[in-house]
Design a protein around this ligand. Sequence first.
Ligand SMILES: Nc1ncnc2c1ncn2[C@@H]1O[C@H](COP(=O)(O)OP(=O)(O)OP(=O)(O)O)[C@@H](O)[C@H]1O
Ligand SMILES: [Mg+2]
Length: 426
Amino acid sequence: MRNPRILILDPSDELRDQVSDVIHDLRPRPEAVTCDRVDLVCDVLADDGPFDVMVAGPGLGDQAGLARLRLIHDEVPAMATVLAFDHRPDAHLRDMVQAGAIDLLQLPVHDKEVAESLERALELARKFQVPAPVSVPASAVTTSSMGAPLRTPGRVFTVASATGGCGKTFMATNLAYFLARHSGKRVCVVDLDLQFGEVSTALRLKPRFTIYDALHRDEGEEGDLAEHIEEYLVAHETGIKVLAAPKDPTEADRISSPDVARIIQAVRQHYDYVVVDTPSALTEIVLAAFEGAERLFVMATLDLPSVRNLGVFLTTLEKLRVPTDNVRLILNKAESDVGIEISQVEKLFPQGFEAVLPYAKEVSRSINLGMPVLASSPNAEVSRNMVPVVSALLPEGHLARVVTPTPHRSPGFLTRLFHRPQPRTS
Ligand SMILES: Nc1ncnc2c1ncn2[C@@H]1O[C@H](COP(=O)(O)OP(=O)(O)OP(=O)(O)O)[C@@H](O)[C@H]1O
Ligand SMILES: [Mg+2]
């Protein structure tokens, strides 16, 4: 059995030295790793984890610190946290529990108390031992000249349409799920339908924060957007993350196209794939989402207004000199006997449709489950028709692994109640 491992997360030496001294007398003697910057903790967890216990220093006892610890706890739920503070934390007990704290140490503290606390935490962690590290692939992390980790920016895929209800959100959530499932990489959906975004609803998520909160962090908070963006994301049980649209549509007015560009850049620094959902419009916000996108999926449905507006949309892109060689068209909700044939529509668009997806009841079922249809009904025709489009985006090595899709196993009620989702291994 391996020796227990303790992560000491504290910018100052004092607590680190004390914990390092105390663990010399514990048996089996734990191995300690220190991290002095909270923004580097994900990399330490990925590179040196898993850890059984984390000792979080006094700088993390405030609301912002606890929000960060909660994120860490969501990623590594089996790691027990001991929270040290030098004056009473400005937070509710509930916040501390949600951040995974199982014990509190009021500083200065006797060595004996530290030892007892660590022993209790290690005992608890043993009961919930998870052998896997968090899923940040080390290969995706390079090092800047400052020594700080810097990821290769993620690839961006944007989904758009001229007419509402064509299936943009449906496509964006399924694409994100597929990429996460078959590449094992980190995927984030950004909901840029700022007024009426529905990504969270489609995945049955209850985001605490939105894109608006990320952009309007309290003034005076240290660090830039990229450093903090992960705190504003919500995780779906399949592993994909979501940056939700504002809760109040009026907040959308306070988000500009440069804001959107900043957001996408920030997310790209943490995620291998960024899928952007948009409203049905050609606003500056949407155009900002096209910039830097490696692929732009434009959706339409099999009815005259949608087909007509698809034509207008493509012509407008050309007029605006938006490069169209990365545009792929998708015809969705295709049905027979609706007075317009697929072949007629195909003649109008010489570039052709990358996929024709049927109208399918499995889609409504998947929305009611809060699951992408590729996860809930992988063998349905709609899923099978979507696979070639989305698998074309995977790196070549991963293509071979996409054989027969298997359903995502949703944890049962009791599992959901008592266990947080386990970290993915990459
Ligand atoms: N292939 C399909 N078969 C059946 N229902 C579908 C299909 N595609 C999408 N839908 C359903 O159609 C509705 C609209 O889809 P969705 O919300 O993805 O469109 P949208 O383009 O994002 O709409 P909006 O412009 O309002 O954002 C949803 O209820 C969705 O579940
Ligand atoms: Mg939508």
